[in-house]
Design a protein around this ligand. Structure first.
Ligand code: AR6
Length: 173
């Protein structure tokens, strides 16, 4: 597996799937979630609404992932996952975050996707310190069983964030 760290807008990437850092409703929000919904167009919200709720208002519990088409995006699919809210680190945040990456890769494998791009899940509104999140993410991706996407991009929104992720990749790989 080839992991690459890039800086840019994930909605512009021509990959098989981009991953959305969503919330449990899957009905949109700010940050990368808002950007993905704007770029994918209203059919994405319709597709998300059609995903069954597992409990009132919850279509995707924290740590799980769901897949939809990408509609107006260059990416064919969007994999929606819900990262943990940072709560100091003692509330299983690393395990929950690792599962987001693993479940997204598992879905990508089921759909036979060759390329996938992740944002820095939980590193915005959800407040996960990026130095720690990047290490958890890289470890989780490197531990993915064979057979998943060969090309894995981490799409950071700033060069400063990309530097943090490159350090994590250098240290963990
Ligand atoms: N491309 C790539 N990365 C981006 C983009 C973009 N277009 N836009 C923002 N980022 P966040 P979270 C970066 O807050 O912390 C939403 O409201 C951003 O700079 O999007 O998991 C959801 O609905 C940051 O580094 O996601 C949830 O309620 C990273 O993406 C909540 O936010 C993640 O920031 C999820 O919070």
């Amino acid at each position: 597996m080839d992991i690459q760290i890039i800086t840019g807008d994930i909605t512009s990437l021509d990959v098989d799937a981009i991953v959305n850092a969503a919330n449990p409703t899957l009905l949109g929000g700010g940050g990368v979630d808002g950007a993905i919904h704007r770029a994918a167009g209203p059919r994405l919200l319709q597709a998300c609404r059609a995903i069954p709720e597992v409990s009132p208002g919850v279509r995707c519990p924290t740590r799980e992932a769901r897949i939809t088409l990408g509609f107006d995006l260059p990416a064919q699919y969007v994999i929606h996952t819900v990262g943990p809210v940072w709560n100091g680190g003692g509330s299983r945040e690393p395990d929950l975050l690792a599962r987001c990456y693993r479940q997204s890769m598992t879905l990508a494998m089921e759909y036979d996707l060759a390329s996938i791009a992740f944002p820095a899940i939980s590193c915005g509104v959800y407040g996960y310190p990026p130095e720690q999140a990047s290490r958890v993410a890289v470890r989780s991706l490197l531990d993915t069983p064979n057979g998943g996407p060969e090309r894995v991009l981490i799409c950071c929104f700033s060069d400063a964030m990309a530097d943090i992720w490159r350090n994590a990749l250098n240290d963990e790989a």
